[in-house]
Design a protein around this ligand. Structure first.
Ligand code: F6R
Length: 247
């Protein structure tokens, strides 16, 4: 794991965007694994800025998102499909046909999960997977549990995640209870992984991710076994790592 400590959210966004930039320059038809949530917003803003300056080209880029709420349409302003259009896709020259997100409206979970696994496979796997981290150590919607789920699956969100995500909804009852998410194997098969974290609320999860035992109780801890992981995190997110282990 290569850990980059940065000062704050802004620096995290810039550093992480740099790593994505390098990937896109090296391989203009890269398959980017993308994430939603508040952490990547600044990264996407930076990428859009570089695109507008003419420094980046998305015309050949393919993308696969980590997850989507089950039951929300792509037009619902809380869906991850909507988030991606608003924060990135609508502002760059990516071909919408080259973007992939689980279909939240597909009721048949087995069918949708199978379809999504095939999509990833047909793209030839993921070149660079961007990940945020939940304050309980989840990646994608792979919640803490007894086992690592390998492939795309339908997840019952934990109370912790429902509460953490309630800030985006009018009321907590509106937060969907299920989601489709890539599995740990889908993520681990990415050729490189970029995990970003900002703020003190991520400090415990990050410390366990980097130094804890590898366990499905902290899904992100599996990343210790991947040979190309970049972690870009700010001082607050790395505070416990530094306090307990130095950096
Ligand atoms: C989003 C995702 C989640 C988030 C995580 C952190 O696609 O898969 O795992 O990355 O919940 O969310 P934020 O960035 O909002 O703290």
């Amino acid at each position: 794991m290569r850990i980059y400590e940065v000062k704050d959210y802004q620096e995290m966004s810039r550093k992480a965007a740099n790593i994505m930039f390098a990937q896109m320059i090296q391989k203009p038809d890269s398959v980017l694994g993308l994430a939603t949530g508040s952490t990547p917003v600044g990264i996407y803003r930076q990428l859009v800025e570089w695109y507008q300056k003419g420094d980046l080209d998305f015309s050949k880029i393919r993308s696969v998102n980590l997850d989507e709420y089950k039951g929300l349409s792509a037009d619902n302003d809380q869906s991850y499909a909507y988030f991606m259009r608003k924060n990135l896709f609508d502002h760059v020259n990516i071909n919408p046909e080259n973007t992939n997100i689980p279909n939240g409206l597909e009721e048949d979970a087995q069918k949708e999960c199978g379809r999504y696994n095939s999509v990833i496979q047909e793209l030839g796997g993921i070149d660079l997977q961007l990940l945020g981290i939940g304050n309980n150590g989840h990646i994608g919607f792979n919640e803490p549990g007894e086992v690592f789920e390998a492939e795309t699956h339908c997840v019952a969100l934990t109370e912790n995640t429902i509460q953490a995500n309630a800030r985006f909804f009018e009321k907590i009852e509106d937060v969907p209870r299920f989601a489709y998410s890539m599995g740990i194997k889908n993520i681990m098969q990415a050729r490189s992984i970029l995990l970003v974290a900002s703020g003190e609320s991520k400090a415990e999860a990050l410390e366990k991710t980097i130094y804890g035992p590898i366990s499905p109780a902290v899904p992100a801890s599996i990343l210790q076994l991947h040979n190309q992981v970049f972690i870009v995190a700010d001082e607050a997110a790395l505070s416990l790592v530094k306090e307990r282990h130095g950096l």
